[in-house]
Design a protein around this ligand. Sequence first.
Ligand code: SAM
Length: 262
Amino acid sequence: MEATVSLPDSASSDSASSELRDERPGAAAPRHPIRRALEAGEYDDELFDELYSGRIRDASACFWTPVAVACRAATLLARLGASRVLDVGSGPGKFCIAGAAVRPKLTFTGIEQRADLVAAARTTSRRLGLDNASFELGEVTCMDWDAFDGFYFFNPFGENLHSPDEDHFDDAVELSGGRYLREIAWVEHRLATLVPGSIVATYHGFGGRVPASYDLVAEEPCGTNRLRIWVKSGAWRAGWWRELYGGGVQRGRFFDCPPGGR
Ligand SMILES: C[S@@+](CC[C@H](N)C(=O)[O-])C[C@H]1O[C@@H](n2cnc3c(N)ncnc32)[C@H](O)[C@@H]1O
């Protein structure tokens, strides 16, 4: 594996504190307490999840990014120069909303296939008074990925491999092994065709392989897995990176990628 760059933790080292001073018009309005907590670096999932109701809240620990992971990923994406971030399969918006609160200079867009989750994301973002997070209803394959320079994945397609009665949010969308294979193949191809300099964050991977034209520039334990940051280089390289279930990563020329076999 190539050496990864160690990125410092301290907020002051990358002008995060100046980013947190919101000088935009309207910034004088009182902040929602959960937004204030995020800005103060208090990453409390139980508190954040109070923004959601019913099954969306109940599903949080399993399906939505923990706040600390979202804020760390947003910080690393910002530090490496991303400005327009796409959350690929955004659920009720937890990554985008937490990221938007702590990185007000970045814009976050979520694309999500379930209408009720998009509605929850929009409502929650509005409640927190965020103007740098937005949400689209649709398929990840229908977005214009060229409009973004940063991408976030929290295992968006894994639900397709669920066993009966578990590991899936609901039956409102098609879930199948065939769909899983089609979508990870599409993403692998799309990653390979993004412009050099594109930055990708993975948490629990995305199920597929990252093209070897990406450098793995940061990697750290985060939440229940590892957070990895990849930057597309200008060089074409044969092969792939493969993120392993056990948390490791391998680089090779000929990995195949059977369902569940990351
Ligand atoms: C594991 S959740 C992650 C949600 C969010 N990114 C987060 O980190 O909190 C994956 C989400 O991706 C959505 N998703 C899966 N496949 C999709 C597709 N092809 N198009 C749009 N959304 C998709 C699911 O509906 C689900 O809400």
